[in-house]
Design a protein around this ligand. Structure first.
Ligand code: ZN
Length: 246
């Protein structure tokens, strides 16, 4: 299957390929990951996530087009611009004034690669790719501390390995991070080689199980606490005291 901008996020593509987000879904909850692949479950977009999406769209160069096509994303019913958009606009204006940030985000946008890794086909889409120089991914986060929480070392490990598998060589991986704080903070973080290597070994270790579950050879495990598990659970009789512990 050859992927384009139109088919990259399609059901067929998610069935055929692993991606970093699908891999992370499997780590969180195998049942939820499988439900997403079947098309039975979709993660709801929160208002906080919308700010990041808007900034992504601006860097892709599609923000104005989408603003015309889907005005309800951008405007409240009374016609005022949504608060999330005003925040996104503030973030865009701020990083635009920074030469280094714009330089790292100035590569080829949304470049798609597909490759084989650890016995499975993978797909990836890079925010900014500069041939022979580096791969950069844009992150709009609550604060810098949350960068580590989201495990972007896994994304870096897969992207660097994928670009190498496609003949681009082993490139450095950067996160162009900007925060949603009252006054946005921003910097370029390099994820170093030892960190990428450790993350890649972790992916390698988990893949045999995830490949078997995705192929239907093993039953998916239910985490019991995610939104998907809650949506399909049955009520249990529980002891009230467990709520008082910890
Ligand atoms: Zn779950």
């Amino acid at each position: 299957m050859k992927l384009s901008d139109d088919t990259y996020y399609s059901k067929e593509a998610n069935k055929a390929f692993f991606s970093v987000s699908q891999y992370k879904d499997f780590c969180k909850c195998e049942a939820m990951a499988m439900a997403k692949i079947r098309g039975d479950f979709e993660q709801k977009q929160t208002k906080a996530m919308l700010i990041g999406t808007l900034v992504d769209w601006w860097f892709e160069g599609t923000l104005d087009k989408l603003r015309g096509e889907s005005p309800n994303i951008f405007y409240c019913r009374n016609g005022a611009l949504r608060a999330e958009f005003r925040k996104a606009d503030e973030i865009i204006k701020r990083v635009q004034r920074d030469g280094r940030f714009m330089q790292y985000m100035g590569g080829e946008k949304q470049k798609i690669l597909t490759f084989e890794m650890f016995g499975a086909p993978w797909k990836m889409k890079m925010d900014s790719f500069v041939e022979d120089i580096c791969i950069t991914d844009l992150k709009v986060v609550q604060n810098f501390k949350s960068l580590a929480f989201w495990r972007y070392d896994i994304q870096g490990a897969v992207y660097v390995e994928g670009a190498d598998a496609c003949g681009y060589g082993y490139l450095p991986f950067y996160l162009a991070a900007v925060t949603k704080e009252a006054v946005p903070n921003f910097d370029i973080f390099q994820v170093d080689r030892p960190t990428l290597d450790t993350a890649l070994r972790e992916v390698e270790g988990n893949m045999p199980r995830f490949i078997a579950v995705k192929a239907g050879l093993e039953e998916p495990r239910y985490c019991g606490v995610c939104d998907y598990c809650k949506s399909v659970k049955k009520a249990r009789i529980r002891n009230y005291s467990e709520l008082l512990e910890g």
